[in-house]
Design a protein around this ligand. Sequence first.
Ligand code: C2E
Ligand code: CA
Ligand code: CA
Ligand code: CA
Length: 274
Amino acid sequence: SKDGGRGRWTFYDPQMDEARETRNLLELDLRAAIARGEIEVVYQPVVDAKTFALVSVEALARWNRRGHGPVSPDVFIPIAEASGLIDQLGLCVLRRALFQLSQWPELKLSVNVSPGQFRDPAFVDRVAEVFDEAGIEPGRVVMEMTETYFIQSPDRARQALERLKGLGLRIALDDFGAGFSSVGYLRQFGFDRMKIDRSLVQSLDRGHRAVEMLQATVALARSLGIPVTAEGVETEQQAVILRIAGCDQLQGYLFGRPQSPEDIAALMVRPMEL
Ligand code: C2E
Ligand code: CA
Ligand code: CA
Ligand code: CA
C-alpha cells in the first residue's frame, strides 16, 4: 500500500516479487522435469594422484530446462532443497548413476547427498533398495556431504552416517576448506575420505603460505588415516603440489570435465595423456 499518500511504496517491492515469481516457475518446471525423467547425470573423472589412471567418477546432476536451456546445479539444487524436491531428485540421480556403474566394473562412484534427504525417515531404506535393484556392492560408492549438516544437527547427522555406513557405503566430507571446516569433524564423524575444495586448490597459485597450509591439512587428515581427494585441479603445477602433499586422488578440468557416460567409456579404452 502507499505510504500516507506520499507516493512511496512501503510494502510492495516489484523486484522482490519478480524474483519470487521466477523461483516459483523454476520450481514448477523442475518438478515436471523430475517427473518426466529429464534430469541427466554427467560424470567427472577422478584419477590416481601417482599414475593419473582413472579410478572413479563423480556423478553430477544436469537439467536442460525445456524452452530455456541448461540451468546450473548451483541454482536448481538449492531450489530442490528448499521445496522438498531433493528427495526425488537425489534418488533419480543415484538410480541412474548406479545403473551406469554396473557397466563400469573397474570404477568407483561418488554421489552428492543433501542434508534435506535425511529428513525422510525412509531415506536409508530407499537407498538400500536402489542398490539392490542395480546390483551394486555399496563399498564401491562414496556419498559426499558438506559440513553444514554436521554443524547444524550433529547428533542426527552422526546417526544418519552410521546407518549409511551400516549399508557398507563410504562417506566423504565434501568442500573441505570452503567454510569453517575443521579437521575435528573428520575424526568425530568417522569420514572415510576428505575432499579439498577447489578454492583451496586454486589458492596454491598464490604462493607458499597457501602451499604450507594445504600440506599441513593433508598431513593431518592422513595422520588420522583419512585419504584425501583434491578437486578443481586445473594445472599440472597444482597436481604436482597436491601429489607431493599426500593427496591420493585428483579431480578437475586438467583430467576431464563432467561428461557423458559414452565419453567416460572412451577414456577407459584410451587412457588420458597429459
Ligand atoms: P561439488 O559437489 O563440489 O561438485 C564439484 C563442482 O566443481 C562441479 O560443479 C564441477 O563441474 C566443478 N568442477 C570440477 N572440476 C573443476 C575445475 O577444475 N574447475 C572448476 N572451475 N570447476 C570444477 P557443478 O556440476 O556445477 O555442481 C555444483 C554443485 O552442485 C556441486 O558441487 C554439488 O554441491 C551440487 N550438485 C551437483 N549435482 C548434485 C546432485 O546430484 N545432488 C546434490 N545434492 N548436489 C549436487
Ligand atoms: Ca561433490
Ligand atoms: Ca566439492
Ligand atoms: Ca561445492
